[in-house]
Design a protein around this ligand. Structure first.
Ligand SMILES: [Fe+2]
Ligand SMILES: [Fe+2]
Length: 209
């Protein structure tokens, strides 16, 4: 079945806007990270996300599309991205450093859910794409796919464990998803299930380091 060209370009523009918003979001999140391991992880993700911006821009250009064109969907994605950055700033202003870090982790998880979906769809679409741009998209997808899995599953794990630590419940930091280098939904589910046996010191691990 041929791809719907309008919807396909809409998805690409939304993917670009998601990555652009991701760069802003990681900058804000790094500012409020109090855990050294998490700050390191987000710094790596910021570098990768900056590269993703270049890759999507390259795919759009290879398809003869102007990366600066606006679409209604792109505007929505930008709005959501700005709201996430604003949420981190609000949490930061409250003065509770650990709570601000957890808010940032939640915001990154929300943004990465969209980012992950975009690339999953782009990978599927690339298999139906022919002609100009098809190769650029396949190469970009190949480079990005594993990183997006990591962004989503690892940050989801951090968010859960930071909350557990805040609640005074046994927390595993860094989270099992990161320790096990999870890159699939099944792997994430298994890591979560095994978390109870992962750290003898799991009880009341402080959110900081
Ligand atoms: Fe990305
Ligand atoms: Fe991502």
């Amino acid at each position: 079945m041929p791809l719907d060209p309008r919807e396909f370009s809409e998805l690409l523009y939304q993917a670009l806007e998601t990555e652009l918003g991701g760069v802003q979001l990681y900058r804000a999140a790094i500012e409020v990270a109090t855990n050294d391991g998490l700050r390191e992880e987000w710094t790596k993700y910021l570098e990768q996300t900056t590269r993703h911006v270049e890759l999507v821009t390259g795919v759009l250009e290879a398809l003869g599309l102007d990366p600066n064109d606006e679409t209604p969907g792109r505007e929505v994605v930008r709005h959501l991205g700005k709201a996430l950055v604003k949420a981190i700033e609000l949490a930061r202003a409250s003065g509770n450093e650990d709570a601000a870090q957890t808010v940032a982790a939640e915001c990154v998880t929300l943004a990465e859910t969209k980012d992950h979906l975009n690339w999953e769809l782009l990978g599927m679409a690339s298999r139906s794409l022919t002609g100009q741009g098809a190769r650029a998209l396949r190469e970009a997808h190949e480079e990005v796919e594993g990183e997006e899995d990591e962004h989503l599953y690892h940050t989801t794990g951090w968010t859960r464990e930071l909350w557990l630590a805040a609640l005074g419940l046994p927390a595993v930091l860094p989270p099992p998803e990161e320790r096990r280098k999870v890159t699939t939904a099944i792997g994430a589910a298994r890591a979560k299930q095994a978390r109870g046996e992962m750290s003898p010191k799991a009880k009341r691990v402080a959110a900081r380091r």
